[in-house]
Design a protein around this ligand. Sequence first.
Ligand SMILES: [Zn+2]
Length: 116
Amino acid sequence: MRGLCLCRTCQKISGGAGNLFIGLEADGFRYSRGEPRRFTHPEAADAPTREFCGDCGVHIAARSPRAPGGLIVKVGALDDPAVFEGPSLVVWTEDKHDFHMVPEGARAFPRVPGRP
Ligand SMILES: [Zn+2]
């Protein structure tokens, strides 16, 4: 899955633009060098665990208890972001601002499909 999340948390993490990500099966992913630092918001129910580079702070990936077995990888952390080819899915458009763009042809949802 190739996505763009425009939720307020992703806007804060990205500097305002939203978050480009690839969704995949966690079993098919491994770190080739080292282990990330991890953060889970202690006061948010079903908060995702975010994985960061412990040296430079770059956000690499996230795992959510709402999507067991899945993994979200941040496009900006890829060695070659060109493999992404743009989002086919845009979520949390209810938090979208006028300066955000939804690519033509991408499926867009006010929140995450299948979740209230
Ligand atoms: Zn988000």
